[in-house]
Design a protein around this ligand. Sequence first.
Ligand SMILES: CC(C)(COP(=O)(O)OP(=O)(O)OC[C@H]1O[C@@H](n2cnc3c(N)ncnc32)[C@H](O)[C@@H]1OP(=O)(O)O)[C@@H](O)C(=O)NCCC(=O)NCCS
Length: 216
Amino acid sequence: MFPLTPSAFVRPEKARDAARIEALLNAAFGIDRRQKKTVYKLRDGVDPVRELSYVVEYKEGAGGLRDSGTDEKLSSESQGLQAPQPLSPPAPSSGNEVAATIRYWPILLPSGAAGLLLGPIAVDEARQAEGIGASLMTFSMGQARALGYSSMLLVGDETYYGRFGFSRGVTKNLQLPGPVEEERFLGLEWAPGALSNEQGVIRKWPPGKLLPHYKK
Ligand SMILES: CC(C)(COP(=O)(O)OP(=O)(O)OC[C@H]1O[C@@H](n2cnc3c(N)ncnc32)[C@H](O)[C@@H]1OP(=O)(O)O)[C@@H](O)C(=O)NCCC(=O)NCCS
């Protein structure tokens, strides 16, 4: 559990969150998103990376950050977090509100190396523009890096994701297995060349294949 404010914290996703996450995704992307989006060709039938699936939970009755005092604002430490934090068991959720979700999927880069597809990320409309999205992004990206991943891909607005280091430059020689608006196909590499040296089509993670971070 990682506190964002006295009333909100990041914690790993649990099975009991499934319905609420589905509702957040329906509200953000529509119930027909699986038919419309090429990224679902890489997600369908593949489990998200469990260690990178997080939610933001607000304690019961907690107001939004925009209505709260100075103490309730996201700290610069939480927004800038890079190092992985130990995650304690989930707090009791009775009456609490799950207000945001982020998940990542494993993918195969053209060379056969493991990659990560970031998303979906969604924040409850009532809690948007309060820094939750940025906190979830920064926290989970730090966790991914600590697990040993050297790059990430996503489809989204560069005006938002650019602030986290994503750009179009490293995906120029890559394609997704279906149509996508090219300017929204973004990547980030922590190891030089992890994406920019790749060329070809991104493929689905094979069923049963061990995720790279499980290898010792
Ligand atoms: C996109 C999303 C995850 C951001 O989370 P959030 O908690 O609302 O965002 P933050 O508080 O961290 O950041 C707010 C900033 O992001 C900007 N922003 C939000 N969505 C944006 C978008 N699609 N494109 C560009 N900028 C965006 C806001 O204008 C604001 O800018 P500012 O910092 O200059 O004021 C959230 O708004 C959301 O779930 N939206 C609906 C689903 C969605 O569109 N997801 C994918 C986007 S491609």
